[in-house]
Design a binder for this molecule. Structure first.
Ligand code: PMT
Length: 401
């Protein structure tokens, strides 16, 4: 899996730097191209020359050491990488990354890269357990970074506990496993919907809901990481289009229906996480409605159920719906799975703590037509999305082949 992969190995300053030497050597032996970027503190433990000899590549240590005037070194290598591995990652470098600080070569590369990032922390057990470090790691997880947890045992500082940089072979196993699962959607087209729709009443007012788009955007990011070609059809949100994803903005349920149908035939997998309006005002007034009496009745009409339409038109697509419920969530979700002819459904009870609209986390029961039911405990929407993509890939392969 590693042959030909372009890997940046970020090395920050801790005693575990010696293991990064073995890591470099093992990665090169497996056919990867490795460019090492070191912090100043890392150079207190091992010199850049060691990494240069092991990687047979120049080592990057100084943002201002621009050797080639036609390039800006930190951007150039950030763009070059297929994958970034930060090992060992100290509490300091994790803190900088979580807070967007870029004051040396390693931190500028880390912020500039769009490649998937794996972080293998190494530090004293109490530092690892410190709430500030935990919080920074959680933030990074929410940004989509993956962690390779440290091992437990005797630490160089004399303590026994969790904080030891994971062994190079284990780190490589994790990367290989990840690359294998990333390749799973290679060549597949994934269509995702996200966010709310807005249904106008008059030139100043509209009906909408609390969807922020976070769940759908996280799914788009994770589907891209799994190798898919991703199109995201999104209602109005304040989120930025994820890197390498084609985003199409829509406002109303009708706009979303049109765009989804245009892309449906060429899609392999469709995930409908958008919170689409079920009703819209029957007429949109040309002029602002003026206050007259104490009560105002507005006549609403049904919008088209996009998901049900897709279920009816389904050929080979693997179709995943969501169900946002407030009671009997699994019962109602199962009903939607059958009624809308879906392959799977992600059910969230939006009254559960940490679940549903606007939150950074979700709690999901994932049910497939093929008979699986997986409970996903409260976790960040990125973690939930990653798990969902893995389950979809697994079920898609079992059902289709
Ligand atoms: O965006 P976030 O703030 O991150 O919140 C995430 C979420 C709560 C919006 C998401 O997890 C979620 O539950 N999305 C589905 C919301 C919803 O509309 O659920 P529903 O049970 O009303 O609809 C069932 C399914 O039918 C959904 O896949 C929906 O996209 C689809 N539908 C509904 C109505 C309609 N007219 N057309 C549709 O396609």
């Amino acid at each position: 899996m590693l042959t030909g992969k372009k890997i940046i190995l970020g090395v920050s300053g801790g005693i575990a730097v010696y293991k990064a030497c073995t890591l470099t050597s093992r990665l090169v032996q497996r056919g990867a191209q490795v460019k090492v970027v070191m912090t100043e503190s890392a150079q207190e433990f091992v010199t850049p020359l060691t990494f240069q000899a092991l990687s047979r590549q120049p080592v990057f240590v100084d943002t201002f050491d621009e050797k080639d005037p036609s390039k800006i070194a930190h951007i150039d290598i950030a763009d070059w990488a297929d994958l970034v591995l930060l090992a060992p990652a100290t509490a300091n470098v994790i803190g900088k990354l979580a807070n967007g600080i870029a004051d040396d070569m390693l931190s500028t590369v880390m912020l500039a890269t769009q490649a998937p990032v794996y972080i293998a922390p190494a530090m004293n057990v109490h530092m690892y357990d410190h709430p500030a470090v935990k919080k920074n790691m959680k933030t990074l997880e929410e940004y989509g970074y993956s962690f390779i947890e440290p091992g437990e045992g005797y630490l160089a500082c004399g303590y026994v506990g969790k904080g030891r940089l994971e062994e190079p072979e284990t780190i490589i196993d994790v990367l290989e496993q990840q690359l294998r699962s990333e390749a799973t959607l290679k060549g597949k087209k994934v269509l995702i919907t996200a966010g709310p729709t807005q249904e106008s009443l008059d030139p100043v007012r509209y009906f909408t809901n609390h969807s922020s788009g976070k769940m759908g955007y996280a799914l788009a990011e994770e589907a891209y990481k799994a190798g898919a070609n991703v199109t995201l059809i999104t209602g109005p949100t304040s989120l930025q289009c994820p890197n390498n994803v084609k985003c199409i903005s829509v406002i109303t349920a009708q706009d979303m229906l049109k765009q989804v149908l245009e892309h449906y035939d060429s899609s392999d997998i469709v995930i409908k996480s958008a919170a689409v309006a079920d009703y819209r005002p029957k007429t949109i007034e040309d002029q602002k409605i003026k206050k007259k009496s104490d009560y105002l009745s507005i006549e609403l009409e049904r919008t088209t159920d996009i998901l049900a339409t897709l279920g009816q038109k389904k050929k080979d697509q693997y179709l995943v719906g969501f169900a946002a419920e407030t009671q009997k969530a699994v019962e109602y979700g199962r009903d939607k799975l059958d009624r809308k002819n879906l392959d799977a459904i992600a059910i969230n009870n939006v009254k559960d703590e940490g679940a549903g609209f606007g939150k950074d986390t979700n709690v999901i029961t994932f049910i497939t037509k093929s008979g699986k039911q997986i409970e996903m405990e409260k976790a960040s929407k990125n973690v939930i999305a990653k798990k969902m993509i893995e389950l979809i890939v697994q079920d898609f392969e079992e059902v289709r082949f």
